[in-house]
Design a protein around this ligand. Structure first.
Ligand SMILES: *Cc1c(COP(=O)(O)O)cnc(C)c1O
Length: 356
């Protein structure tokens, strides 16, 4: 392609590739960790009740009502809360706010694949920490106080979680740097580090409405941390785009945060399906990593993951396959409804017979 008009900043950038959102047919869609259950009825009611005439007016740039709700739900003050257009936006702001030439990004080699993309795009140095053979993260190597740590907990695409004691130690051993904990999947089985914010001024916790609150289509993310970290994020935001959340998203997010029972209930259902599916896949000869998320990471003992991925697709079941070193024999499978998981297991059974 002719890149004559492109800035030098982007000429060599390799952008992130989002999971497929196919339009050619109906799939059992287990490839982008969306929630199989609809948003809370209270969320839908809040969107219905939103003042449509007010859509001609800009939304509240401070997102004050939503931040108050989030503060109350998390035992924080509104000054300790930031909201953004999806947590991807917040993570991008974090790179601008907390990393520069002297402060690299430090993260595991197997983690959310957006992290290296941000670093390359914003020109930040990185220190990449290889995970162990069992895909656990060697935490001591994230405790060198030599840059901004970015840790997904539970990790993606492995699903492996660490405890709060580990997060606490991470903050303690990096006193001069920010520790960002990306909790996109925390509600499915791990413990949130939000209660540690009072103790560690370098801790920033990032969450999203996309996974546990069934609102991927509305683009809502949160960050919690010390007032100074939140002020840094506001400085970035107000230098790029002050109105990041629209009026409908603000209304939906508030209702979603208030309806914690619904979130808890749907997350429990997904966690149960996860355990059932894990058992069935293990019986079929898969190694399945212990997951605390709404997906599992699985590898078959004889049939190559790339083959299963392709054949599942032909059978109308989409999962995620990363053709990357160390994980190219694994499938990341989102947990759908029990019926969807039955379809998946039946399709895999067929494929294993065909490949035997
Ligand atoms: C899905 C995901 C996000 C992005 O969530 P959005 O709020 O939809 O932008 C962030 N981090 C991880 C690890 C994710 O898997």
């Amino acid at each position: 392609m002719n890149k004559q008009y492109w800035s030098s900043r982007i000429r060599d950038v390799e952008p992130y590739v989002p999971g497929e959102q196919p339009k050619d047919r109906r799939y059992v869609k287990l490839n982008t960790n969306e929630n199989p259950y609809p948003p809370s009825p209270k969320v839908l009611a809040a969107i219905e009740a939103a003042d449509k005439d007010a859509l001609r007016l800009y939304p509240d740039p401070d997102c004050a009502a939503l931040r108050e709700t989030l503060a109350e739900a998390n035992g924080l003050t509104p000054e300790q809360v930031f909201v953004g257009n999806g947590s991807d936006e917040i993570l991008a702001f974090c790179y601008l706010a907390f990393m520069d030439d002297e402060t690299p990004a430090i993260f595991p080699d197997i983690t959310y694949s957006f992290y290296p993309v941000y670093a390359a795009f914003f020109g930040n140095n990185v220190r990449i920490v290889p995970v162990r053979e069992d895909f656990t993260v060697p935490m001591d190597q994230l405790m060198q106080d030599d840059g901004t740590v970015v840790l997904t907990n539970p990790n993606a695409p492995t699903g492996i979680a660490v405890g709060l004691d580990v997060i606490g130690e991470l903050c303690e051993k990096n006193p001069n740097h920010v520790v960002i904990v990306d909790e996109a999947y925390v509600d499915f089985g791990a413990r949130s580090a939000v209660p540690l914010i009072e103790k560690y001024e370098n801790l920033l916790v990032v969450q999203t409405c996309s996974k546990s609150r069934s609102l991927a289509g509305m683009r809502i993310g949160f960050a919690f941390g010390n007032e100074s970290l939140i002020a840094a994020l506001n400085t970035v935001k107000n230098s790029v785009n002050s109105y990041t959340l629209d009026r409908l998203a603000l209304a939906a997010a508030k209702a979603a945060v208030e309806d914690q029972d619904y979130t808890h209930d749907t997350c429990m259902r997904i966690a149960n399906s996860r355990e059932t599916t894990t058992g069935k896949l293990r019986e079929l000869g898969f190694t399945v990593l212990p997951s605390s998320a709404n997906f599992i990471f699985a590898s078959h003992k004889t049939v190559y993951a790339g083959v299963i991925f392709k054949k599942l697709r032909e059978k109308g079941v989409l999962v995620r396959y990363f053709n990357k070193p160390r994980i190219d024999n694994f499938l990341r499978i989102t947990i759908g409804t029990p019926e969807e998981m039955d379809t998946l297991v039946a399709a895999i059974q067929e494929i294993l017979e065909e490949e035997a």
